[in-house]
Ligand binder design. Structure first.
Ligand code: ATP
Ligand code: MG
Length: 261
């Protein structure tokens, strides 16, 4: 391949939007009780971006994240994931897409209390049809990555909030997702644990993961690459943070999806 063609190819693949929403609207309820929660939202998120979503309570952040994560569907408009319009997919196709493409981290962790830390991290691999041995190996590696090798056989109720969220991050990486969505991931944490969790997101982003996270915390928003602000379900502004420098300290080995899975 000639150098110029190679450059062009690289440019095309680099500018490929991981996700793109076009004129997305979301209503809840019907008739007189209809609530228009998202209004004419058009957003592109490119590969490798670290994007924050901010806005007052009730402005539609979680609704937007749920649509980005295929947990919910738009009432109108289009949603492209990796170039594919997912609006027309069946529920089964959508959940397969979700399992293979997206990692989720929630404010309240959403770990399964009856499963050990290791088993919690393995769970998406079960649905992703990764063979048991590889699943366990990968879960161990991911837990090592988030500094929890010493807690493999603990149960979630035996962990601190920060530890629970680190388990949830390891779990979100199980199927090597193209992007990670996090809804207020530091919302239930003290500031030290919140900083540790953000550090992991910065490191993952430095390794090339695309991350979209909702935050109420202006200090966190200020450290991101790009911030989208919602007001009453509309994009009020969408800005690049000029001072963004991702200086994630440690080098993490992100481990691609296991061979043969
Ligand atoms: N299932 C639902 N049925 C009806 N209304 C809903 C539903 N889910 C959300 N809403 C309404 O949509 C609006 C946006 O909710 P959303 O949860 O997206 O806000 P948010 O920005 O995430 O708020 P917070 O910061 O408090 O988490 C709210 O007014 C909420 O009451
Ligand atoms: Mg919310």
């Amino acid at each position: 391949m000639s150098a110029s063609l190679e450059n062009t190819t690289r440019k095309i693949s680099m500018s490929k939007a991981v996700v793109s929403l076009e004129n997305v609207e979301k209503d809840y309820g019907t008739g007189d009780a209809i609530v228009r929660v998202l209004r004419d939202v058009s957003i592109r998120v490119e590969e490798g971006e670290l994007v924050g979503i901010i806005g007052a309570s009730g402005s539609g952040k979680t609704t937007l994240l749920n649509i980005l994560g295929c947990l919910d569907r738009p009432s109108r408009g289009h949603y492209f994931l990796g170039g594919k319009d997912v609006s027309g997919l069946s529920d089964n196709e959508l959940s397969l897409m979700r399992n293979q493409t997206i990692g989720f981290v929630f404010q309240s962790f959403n770990l399964i209390p009856q499963l050990t830390v290791l088993e919690n991290v393995e769970t998406p691999g079960f649905y992703g049809k990764i063979p048991k041995r590889q699943r366990t190996e990968r879960a161990r590696d991911l837990l090592h990555l988030v500094g929890l090798s010493h807690r493999l056989n603990h149960y979630p109720p035996q962990l601190s909030g920060g530890e629970k969220q680190r388990v949830a991050i390891a779990r979100s990486l199980m199927n090597d997702p193209a992007y990670i969505l996090a809804d207020e991931p530091t919302g239930n944490l003290d500031s030290k644990s919140g900083t540790d969790v953000m550090e992991i997101f910065f490191e993952l982003n430095q390794q090339g993961k695309t991350i979209v996270l909702v935050t109420h915390n202006p200090e966190i928003a200020q450290t991101l690459q790009r911030v989208i602000e919602l007001r009453d379900g509309k994009v009020l502004n969408d800005r690049i943070i000029e001072t963004f420098r991702n200086t994630g300290a440690k080098k993490l080995d992100l481990l691609g999806r296991p061979q043969g899975a």
